[in-house]
Design a protein around this ligand. Structure first.
Ligand SMILES: NCc1[nH]cc(CCC(=O)O)c1CC(=O)O
Length: 301
C-alpha cells in the first residue's frame, strides 16, 4: 500500500498540530503507513499576514507537486478560495476558538491601568482592543508563540493577546490568564480549527482524512469564512466572526467589521439552518456592508 505523506510547516505549533493529526490517522487506519514531511519555510506562525500566505502556498505547491499527500493547515491562515486541483477534505473537531489575554502585573484585560501597553500584530485584535479600551496602547508583537511569551516576560508589554488554540496545542494552557469573551473580542474566522487539504482525485488520501472530519465544526467555519469572503475584505481588514451550533441545531453567526483604529465598527448576527452555513455568512456580510460596512472598509484600505 502507498505511504501517505503528511506535510507541515516547521514551527513548533505546526509540528504539534501535525503530530496530533497523524496520531488520529494511525488510530483510524492501523493498516496504513503515514509519514511526516516538514516543508521548510523561512518564518513561523508569528509572521505577517502576507508571509503567512506565502507559507500556505508553499504547502499547497508541495501538494500539487506530489511531494506530500495531505497538508495540515491552521484554517484561519488559509485564503477563502481553494486553488484549482486542491480541496479541503476534512475539518477535525475544533479547538477553543477564543482569544486569550496573558498579563504581567494585571491578569485581566479590564484591570489594566490607563495607557497600558498590549502586544499584538493582528489588525483584528488591535481594532477590538481599542474599541473596548481606547486608552490602551497597542504595540506590534511578532514571532512564534515562544518569542511572544518571552517578550511578555521581558517586560516590554503589560499584556499580550494570542489564540487559545495555539497555546493549548503547545501544552501551554497554564500560561493563559483570561479567556476573552467573544462580546469583547470576536476571533478570526476559522480560529482554532485545522484544515486537512488533499489533491482533488486522490480518493485514498481523501478517505483517510475524512475519518477525522467533524461536521459541526465544518459548518461553523464555513459560515465564518463565507462572512469574510462576502465582505471582500481580504485578510488585511479587521474582521472577526464566530458561529455556534445551538441546542436546537440552528447555527448562530456573529460577525464584526471594524476600522483599524476601532473607532467605528459594525457588529451583526444571523441565525439559520446549519446546512445553509455558507448562505448565512454571505447574507450577514451583505447586511453589514449595507449598514455602513462599505465606509468602514474604505478606511482600512
Ligand atoms: N496567525 C498565526 C496563527 N495561526 C494559527 C494560530 C493559532 C491556532 C489557531 O488559531 O488555529 C496562530 C497564532 C495566534 O494567532 O496566536
Amino acid at each position: 500500500m502507498r505511504v501517505i505523506v503528511v506535510g507541515t510547516r516547521g514551527s513548533a505549533l505546526a509540528l504539534a498540530q501535525t503530530r496530533f493529526v497523524v496520531e488520529r490517522l494511525k488510530e483510524s487506519w492501523p493498516e496504513a503507513e503515514f509519514k511526516v514531511k516538514t516543508i521548510k519555510t523561512r518564518g513561523d506562525q508569528g509572521a505577517s499576514p502576507k508571509e503567512q500566505a506565502i507559507f500556505v502556498k508553499e504547502l499547497q505547491e508541495a501538494l500539487l507537486a506530489r511531494e506530500i499527500d495531505i497538508a495540515v493547515h491552521s484554517l484561519k491562515d488559509l485564503p477563502t478560495e481553494e486553488p484549482p486541483g486542491l480541496k479541503i477534505a476534512a475539518v477535525p473537531r475544533r479547538q477553543d476558538p477564543r482569544d486569550v489575554f496573558l498579563g504581567k502585573a494585571y491578569k485581566r484585560l479590564e484591570d489594566l491601568p490607563k495607557g497600558a501597553v498590549v502586544g499584538t500584530s493582528s489588525v483584528r485584535r488591535k481594532a477590538q482592543l481599542l474599541a473596548y479600551r481606547p486608552d490602551l496602547e497597542v504595540r506590534p508583537l511578532r514571532g512564534n508563540v515562544d518569542t511572544r511569551l518571552a517578550a511578555l516576560g521581558n517586560g516590554e508589554y503589560d499584556g499580550i493577546v494570542l489564540a487559545a488554540a495555539g497555546l493549548i496545542r503547545l501544552d501551554l494552557r497554564n500560561r493563559i490568564d483570561q479567556f476573552l469573551d467573544p462580546e469583547v473580542m470576536l476571533p478570526a474566522p476559522g480560529q482554532g480549527a485545522l484544515a486537512l487539504e488533499v489533491r482533488q482525485g486522490d480518493d485514498l488520501a481523501e478517505e483517510f482524512v475524512y475519518a477525522l472530519h467533524h461536521h459541526p465544526s465544518y459548518d461553523r467555519v464555513r459560515a465564518e469564512r463565507a462572512f469574510l469572503k462576502g465582505l471582500g475584505a481580504g485578510c488585511l481588514a479587521p474582521v472577526g466572526a464566530l458561529a455556534q451550533v445551538e441546542e436546537d441545531g440552528l447555527l448562530r453567526l456573529e460577525g464584526i467589521l471594524l476600522s483599524p483604529d476601532g473607532k467605528s465598527f459594525l457588529r451583526a448576527e444571523i441565525e439559520g439552518e446549519a446546512s445553509e452555513a455558507e448562505e448565512l455568512g454571505l447574507e450577514l456580510a451583505r447586511d453589514v456592508l449595507e449598514q455602513g460596512g462599505r465606509e468602514i472598509l474604505a478606511k482600512s484600505l
